[in-house]
Design a binder for this molecule. Structure first.
Ligand code: C2O
Ligand code: CU
Length: 587
């Protein structure tokens, strides 16, 4: 079995629909078998492959096919506990709500640059507020927290090389929507319950405006951030990053798109205006009264759960929306803004099969354009990852198409039968990408990703290179130097690892011998590198680190000196120590 590629991802991505019900019924004895296997096969404290074990046993497929119900986190339901009154989102009427398109934010004026008061830059103000919105025609209004009282928040449009200023205002209530785990770092009892700090994910931003997790503000406070936009055209996203409660602020709805454009992009004549559509995807479960359901553990004093998977995948905050499209090319700016789910997306003529009718033509990754368009029948997106894709509906006039994962429906496209003029054909070449050579790196860091469990096999803490958040900074690259970071994954999960500030290239992903590593701390590869997907050769800011593999990236640390963070973008992991500060030091 190939551990490195599709197997684990296919399973994880389908989690939104399989989590919950089967866990409640099969949980006790599977957990027991798992524990026995763990004890015999794994070194002390290290997590074994629960999911792969289930997968090998054929359970996941069987269960997934049989049950398609409202899901909760794997770790939320203790046997014998009354399940919450959850909404069966799969039973909702399909395609009754149009896909909402987030507003584009307008500046409220000009303000002087922090560095040079003689220059003025566009000034925006975004207030975080509690509000109610409908996720579906037949579901009562849901309480959200959102930037500009919307979820997704308003889209910020920027031009490369043209800085802007944003005043982020925390105007939220002082009580949180979800229970806080005060045993987690930075969320202790003496900290205010509601804290927020905005990070522009993928932004080349100075440390004072990057949204350091401890630089949070409370209701009534504001923070003024400066965004230089000195980077290539791409879609970034802004989201909350407050220490120890990021997962809860995200589930409440604090996220939005930030698009950077440049002249090169203009020259491509890509579909634009109504033909360029942001698609922000995230999964949620709901109670019958329409409120977001976020599970808690069985320990009242420590409610943290290790992953969050919702029963429905929402697109721009709607369950099963539809979008009327013309029979021509569209550009979709896809963002996986979920807490923990990987999605395996495809477009087909029927709701649930895996064969794709229309391919995505991917033109860009997290940090900009690919060297050329790549046809992708299936697109894998982990938490925090984005894809810039063209979908051509011109062969599908009069048809209905569906965006879905292998098992879950997301939305419908209704293609008009009218003939229309299309935009220019896609150029065969996009932005050239120089592959970085390993020889450019002056430092090689080997960094483990591990999950430590308690006696019952429950995750209790997750560490990057064995270090807690509060330990001294260990990763201190020199400004303008290049390094190779090798992520050694000792867990059974894929982890989307994200570094702030920088863009990087993936070198490879290669299977290694876990037992040998645990005994000797030496990497012994067990096979050649797994072939990277065509869309993994571009500039990234997040990389999927698969189980049983060493995933290597090459990074040039340029832009700014100062303190940033790197972390797992599964937000439950990030909140429980899977985040570390790093510091770029002047040479
Ligand atoms: Cu998208 Cu540090 O995060
Ligand atoms: Cu993780």
């Amino acid at each position: 079995m190939n551990w490195g590629e599709s197997s684990c991802i296919a399973e994880k991505r389908e989690k939104p629909v399989v989590a919950g019900e089967h866990e409640r019924s099969l949980f006790p004895w599977l957990r027991r078998v798992h524990l026995i296997v763990t004890n015999y096969l794994q070194a002390l404290m290290m997590r074994t492959s629960r999911r792969h074990f289930l997968e090998q046993m054929g359970w996941l497929t069987a269960v997934a096919a049989a049950r398609n119900v409202a899901g909760a986190s794997v770790h939320s339901m203790a046997p014998g506990r009354t399940p919450e009154a959850l909404l069966d989102t799969n039973g909702l009427a399909r395609f009754v709500d149009p896909l909402p398109i987030p507003q584009v934010l307008k500046p409220i004026g000009l303000r002087p640059s922090p560095a040079d008061p003689a220059t003025q830059f566009p000034y925006y103000r975004v207030a975080m507020r509690q509000f109610e919105a409908k996720v579906h025609r037949d579901v009562p209004p849901t309480t959200f927290w959102g930037y500009g009282a919307s979820c997704p928040g308003p889209t910020i449009e920027a031009r490369s090389g043209q800085p802007l200023l944003v005043e982020w205002a925390n105007e939220l209530p002082t009580r949180h929507l979800f229970p806080i785990d005060h045993t987690l770092h930075g969320a202790e009892k003496d900290k205010p319950e509601v804290r927020t700090v905005v990070h522009l994910h993928g932004g080349r931003v100075g440390p004072e405006s990057d949204g350091y997790p401890e630089s949070w503000i409370v209701p009534g406070q504001t923070a003024k951030y400066f965004y230089p936009n000195k980077q290539e055209a791409t879609a970034l996203f802004y989201h909350d990053h407050a220490m120890g409660i990021t997962r809860l602020n995200a589930v409440a709805g604090l996220m939005g798109s930030y698009v950077i454009r440049d002249e090169f992009e203009d020259s491509l004549q890509l579909p634009s205006g109504a033909y360029e559509v942001p698609l922000v995807l995230f999964d949620r479960s709901f109670r019958k009264d329409g409120q977001i359901f976020y599970p808690v553990s069985t320990k009242p004093e420590a409610p943290w759960v290790s992953e969050y998977y919702g029963s429905a995948i929402l697109a721009n905050r709607k369950i099963f929306p539809y979008l009327e499209v013309e029979s021509r090319k569209y550009r979709f700016r896809l963002l996986n803004a979920s807490n923990g789910s990987f999605y395996r997306l495809s477009i087909g003529t029927v709701p649930t099969v895996t064969s794709s009718a229309v391919e995505f033509v991917q033109i860009g990754t997290e940090q900009g354009f690919l060297a050329g368009p790549e046809k992708m029948a299936v697109l894998i997106l982990g938490p925090g990852e984005r894809a810039d894709v063209i979908v051509d509906f011109s062969e599908s006039a009069g048809k209905e198409l569906f965006l879905r994962t292998n098992l879950a429906m997301i939305m419908q496209f209704r293609v008009s039968s009218r003939k229309v003029a299309d935009s220019a054909p896609l150029p065969a070449k996009l932005r050239p990408i120089r592959r970085m050579a390993e020889s450019e790196a002056t430092v090689n860091r080997e960094l483990t990703i591990a999950d430590y469990q308690d006696r019952l096999g429950r995750s209790s803490v997750m560490l990057l290179n064995g270090a807690h958040w509060s330990m001294p900074v260990a990763e201190k690259p020199v400004l303008n130097s290049t390094e190779i970071w090798s992520f050694v994954n000792l867990t059974d999960d894929s982890h989307p690892i994200h570094l702030h500030l920088v863009r990087f290239q993936i070198l490879d992903r290669r299977p290694f011998d876990l037992a040998t590593y645990q005994l000797t701390k030496k990497i012994v590869y067990t096979g050649p590198p797994v072939k990277l997907e065509a869309n993994e050769t571009g500039w990234r800011d997040t990389v999927r680190v698969d189980p049983m593999t060493v995933t290597r990236i090459i990074v040039k640390f340029d832009g700014f000196a100062g303190r940033y963070v790197w972390h797992c973008h599964m937000l439950e992991h990030e909140d429980n120590e899977m985040m570390r500060p790093y510091e770029i030091v002047a040479g």
